[in-house]
Structures are given as structure tokens and as C-alpha cells.
Design a protein around this ligand. Structure first.
Ligand SMILES: Cc1ncc(COP(=O)(O)O)c(C=O)c1O
Length: 393
């Protein structure tokens, strides 16, 4: 697997030697099964009957009016569990089953990947341990309770900031000493090879479905496709349907936290430099000594100082561009979508709406924009009210 998993200069697998056999075993299993007719039929059935695919493509009158063109929402928030994460956990969970592994570990930030892993663990009869930062446990409590109800063990991780980076560190540390019987179900299109490839594959259902829906409903491809970027899985999932359509613009929205000049943000692609984090070469938020700089975002799922290697490559080749939305813009956009569309968006997903609301007049009226609404915001309602108590008085 020496030269595999490279996206230009990015990607690879920079891991302790003890993990290499497990990564190689996983790569071999993925190669063997992902195209297999039986595996594909089983996954297809679960995606349809269990998860609720295909998800709708909804024209949002409110966002369309505000931006001045046609804006459609790809409703991943309507999937079972409330986010795109289940596409990947169903895929990797089945892979684990085909590999005869019954113990799963996962990291989580917003709790959505942990929840999606606990969900498939319950359904497939597997033991699940979820590593989660203490800051994230506090701000995403509804998901923590759900994971526990589903029978998963939630392991609190302190680390420097108690967020996603620390959870991944701890999960990798645990995996090195339990590698023989444990499958690490990684939640985003980052980390060492083969995860960026595997996660992209299982999330590409979003992009394939969206492309077909655009052709069927609108008779055309969109002008622009956009998604939020944490590690990058929902974005690469929807981009995958359009990367070869050179006229379709691709825009990833990162978390600009308190603002790009504040030093407190998670805009890894815009402000990072090339380094190695969690087993892959990518853009990383780091100081001049290569020490990781803690990220900040109101959304736990985007609060990450690294990013998947394919996004680094898409940025450097100019195929995709990456922009940011601040915490304040996100809170405004959360209320906008809630009040104008009756949709509670996840803090992560609503970054895209927040950016779009700054783009009024930038598009022609018949331009079509597709937003990947990656998740629902039930988990964020308490946090929103803490930030904006006046809205419920
Ligand atoms: C709803 C939602 N969207 C997006 C993300 C960010 O992850 P990714 O960049 O892998 O899609 C998360 C992460 O937890 C999430 O919960």
C-alpha cells in the first residue's frame, strides 16, 4: 500500500508500526468487499429501508430570496439519526461484520458520528466504545445520552481542549493496544490511508443522488455545490458527484470562529500549513515549531485543526475553494433557517447558509446552488438558547 492513499502530496499513513497490519487488513477488506454484489445489495437495503435514503432535495424559498438565486437543500438532516454520518457507519459497520470484528471504537466531536456508530452497533449486535472530548460532552449532551441509551460506552477525554482532536488521539492510543480484535470506525474523510478513501466512498452516495435529482428535477446540473468542512466527509461526499463536471463550482465552508484575524477559528485550509496530524499529511493549524494550535468553533463537529487530504488537493489544484463563516453569522443563520423555513439545522451545516447569506447579489437569478444540509440541530438547541436567551423570552 506504499503509494496508495495519496492526493497529490497529501494523505499517506504516518502511524505507529503496530497499526500498519490493521490498516492493511482494512484496505484489503475494503478492496475485496466494496464492489461485491452481495455487500452492495446489503448496504443498499440498509441505506433505503433503515436510514431513509434517498434524502430529498428541497428548494428553500427563504434562502433563495435572501441570496437572489435558486437555492436547494440536500436534506441529510432527515436521515435516521439526524446526520450524514450514518452513510459511513453503515458502510464501515458492514465491513467490520464481513471481517468478523465485533468490537467497534469511534471518536466523536458533535456526537453525530458517535451516535451513528452506537446506532449501527445496536442494530448489528456489536460492542461500541466512543471517545469524546469533555468540552464536547458538555455542549452536545443530547447525543451523549442517546449513545448511552443505545448501549455504547462514552469515554470522556480531557486533553488540551477536550474536543475532537483529543478524542481522535485517545481513540488511536486505545487502538494501538487493542488492534487484534477492534475495528476503528473512523468518522471523517481524514486520518491515515485507507480512511479518506473508504469514508469518501461511503459518503459519495450523497453526491451521486444529488446529481441524479438535479438532472431529474431541474433538467440541469447546479452552478455551485457547497458543504461545511470539518474533517471533510459530508463535503467530499457531495463533491464526489460533481468533481468531474468542471463547470460546477465547489465551495467548502470552514468554521471562522471569532473571525479569521482573531486567531480563534478552525479554518485549517485557509490558515493552516502543511504538516502531519492523525496519520496523514494535510493542512494543519500549527505554530512555527509544528505544535498544533487549538481550533475554536461554536460547532463541535467543525472544531478541528486538521482536514482530509483530498480537500487539501482540491484546494491546491483550484478545483474547490474554501471560505469561512463566523460563530455570530452561524447563530444568525440558525435562527434564520428555523424561523423562515421551520428547519433546525445543525450548527455545522448552517455554516453554509451563513456564508451564502453574505453572498446576496453574487449570483444570477437562474443560478442553482445546492447546499448539503448535513445534519439537524436538535443537539444544538440548548447551546443556541444559551448564546441567544432573548429569542425564547
Ligand atoms: C451534522 C454534521 N455536519 C458536519 C460535520 C463535520 O464533519 P465532516 O466534515 O466530516 O462532514 C459533523 C461532525 O460531527 C456533523 O455532525
Amino acid at each position: 500500500m506504499k503509494h496508495k492513499g495519496r492526493y497529490g502530496d497529501f494523505g499517506g499513513y504516518y502511524v505507529p508500526e503496530v497499526l500498519l497490519p490493521a490498516l492493511e487488513e482494512m484496505e484489503a477488506a475494503f478492496e475485496k468487499w466494496h464492489g461485491d454484489a452481495g455487500f452492495r445489495a446489503e448496504l443498499e437495503r440498509l441505506l433505503t429501508d433503515y436510514a431513509g435514503r434517498p434524502t430529498p432535495l428541497y428548494r428553500s424559498p427563504a434562502v433563495s430570496d435572501a441570496v437572489g438565486c435558486e437555492v436547494y437543500l440536500k436534506r441529510e438532516d432527515l436521515m435516521h439519526g439526524g446526520a450524514h454520518k450514518l452513510n459511513n457507519t453503515l458502510g464501515q459497520g458492514l465491513l467490520a461484520k464481513y471481517m468478523n470484528k465485533h468490537k467497534l471504537i469511534a471518536e466523536t466531536g458533535a456526537g453525530q458520528h458517535g451516535l451513528a456508530t452506537a446506532t449501527i452497533g445496536a442494530m448489528l449486535g456489536m460492542e461500541v466504545k466512543v471517545f469524546m472530548g469533555v468540552t464536547d460532552i458538555e455542549r452536545q449532551m443530547p447525543n451523549v445520552q442517546k449513545m448511552k441509551l443505545l448501549g455504547a460506552e462514552v469515554i470522556p477525554v480531557r486533553g488540551a481542549s477536550g474536543t475532537l482532536k483529543d478524542a481522535i488521539n485517545e481513540a488511536l492510543r486505545y487502538w494501538t493496544s487493542h488492534v487484534d480484535d477492534t475495528f476503528y470506525l473512523f468518522g471523517t474523510a481524514a486520518g491515515p490511508h485507507p480512511y479518506p478513501t473508504v469514508v469518501r466512498h461511503f459518503q459519495s452516495v450523497i453526491g451521486m443522488e444529488t446529481r441524479a435529482q438535479c438532472l431529474e428535477k431541474l433538467g440541469r446540473l447546479p452552478t455551485l455545490v457547497t458543504a461545511c468542512v470539518g474533517g471533510g466527509s459530508n463535503a467530499i461526499g457531495i463533491f464526489a458527484g460533481f468533481i468531474d463536471d468542471k463547470d460546477v463550482q465547489l465551495v467548502g465552508v470552514e468554521a471562522a470562529g471569532y473571525g479569521l484575524d482573531s486567531g480563534k477559528h478552525a479554518c485549517t485550509l485557509q490558515k493552516g500549513s502543511v504538516g502531519v496530524l492523525h496519520g496523514a499529511r494535510s493542512y494543519v493549524l500549527q505554530d512555527e515549531h509544528g505544535q498544533i494550535i487549538e481550533s475554536h468553533s461554536v460547532s463541535a463537529g467543525l472544531d478541528y485543526p486538521g482536514v482530509g487530504p483530498e480537500h487539501c488537493y482540491l484546494k491546491d489544484t483550484g478545483r474547490a475553494r474554501y471560505v469561512g463563516a463566523t460563530d455570530e453569522e452561524v447563530l444568525d443563520a440558525f435562527l434564520f433557517l428555523t424561523r423562515k423555513e421551520g428547519i433546525f439545522p445543525a450548527f455545522e451545516s448552517v455554516h453554509v447558509i451563513a456564508w451564502l447569506l453574505t453572498q446576496r447579489g453574487a449570483f444570477k437569478p437562474d443560478d442553482v446552488i445546492v447546499v448539503n444540509l448535513s445534519g439537524r440541530g436538535d443537539k444544538d438547541v440548548d447551546a443556541f438558547i444559551r448564546y441567544r436567551p432573548e429569542t425564547v423570552r
